[in-house]
Design a binder for this molecule. Structure first.
Ligand SMILES: C[S@@+](CC[C@H](N)C(=O)[O-])C[C@H]1O[C@@H](n2cnc3c(N)ncnc32)[C@H](O)[C@@H]1O
Length: 239
């Protein structure tokens, strides 16, 4: 366990639930690599045959992210973060952390605008997408691109800060492509762990349904199920 304490515990507890589902992990938004290192170490410590692909520009939002923000609040937040250089960091910080944790054979950093770089992920099985870019547009584009690569029982996890863009992306993606599954809200805040988890159901037979039900039962015992996505109020999901 690193210094991240409860944040790390909450992520580990969550991703432990579907760790035996085949497929790699995707992280949208690396920053200094806090969640990257947590998930990389999780893969290492559980000797899972997975890779973690983590995406960042290391310089904040693209102009299209700002133009295509879903709400004025999101747009203002993105502009504020870019103007204050909040996410401007040297990628070497992450490279060094990954080496220090001995997970450089597990984690691959993909630098650039997510809406473009996500296109390098093809013909993969994905069992987890950790959405932490705090913006609607790159999150939506990434989900859309990965749609066919998302495995049965994949976890779509939204870390979510105050802006709400990622949740809008997840909601729109699920509705538009009629992605089946169940959504849960975690009793966390931005310091203590991810907020939302969607358990993807791609069952085509009884065995797959049973597998999904087993995972969903564990989620149900731990987190609050948010029953119908269409009926969700904004406040149910974020902040
Ligand atoms: C909240 S931080 C990620 C935090 C990180 N997961 C952690 O555990 O510390 C959001 C990151 O998303 C990145 N980001 C936002 N929009 C992006 C885009 N369109 N392409 C690439 N990176 C982007 C930012 O540069 C920033 O580093």
């Amino acid at each position: 366990m690193t210094d991240n304490g409860i944040y790390e515990t909450n992520i580990n507890n969550l991703i432990n639930i579907n760790k035996n589902i085949e497929g790699d992990y995707i992280e949208l938004g690396t920053f200094k690599g806090k969640s990257t290192v947590i998930m990389g170490n999780f893969i290492k410590n559980n000797t899972l045959s997975k890779k973690l692909f983590t995406f960042d520009s290391f310089s904040g939002y693209n102009i299209n992210d700002i133009k295509n923000a879903k709400t004025k609040q999101e747009q203002d937040g993105l502009i504020f973060n870019n103007n204050s250089n909040r996410w401007n960091i040297n990628k070497k910080i992450v490279v060094d952390k990954i080496k220090a944790n001995n997970i450089d054979n597990i984690v691959e950093i993909i630098e650039g605008d997510i809406s473009e770089t996500i296109k390098t992920i093809n013909n993969k099985n994905i069992s987890l997408i950790f959405i932490d870019c705090n913006a609607y547009y790159p999150a939506y584009n990434a989900l859309k691109h990965l749609k066919e690569q998302i495995n049965h029982c994949c976890f779509l996890i939204v870390d979510e800060h105050r802006i709400g863009g990622e949740t809008n992306a997840l909601r729109e993606f699920i509705n538009k492509y009629n992605i089946k599954g169940s959504m849960f809200k975690l009793d966390t805040n931005y310091l203590t762990g991810p907020r939302i988890i969607f358990n993807v159901d791609k069952s085509t037979n009884n065995e797959m349904k049973l597998q999904w039900n087993q995972i969903n039962k564990i989620l149900k015992n731990k987190y609050r199920e948010v029953i119908k996505l269409g009926s969700l109020r904004e406040n149910d999901l974020c902040l």
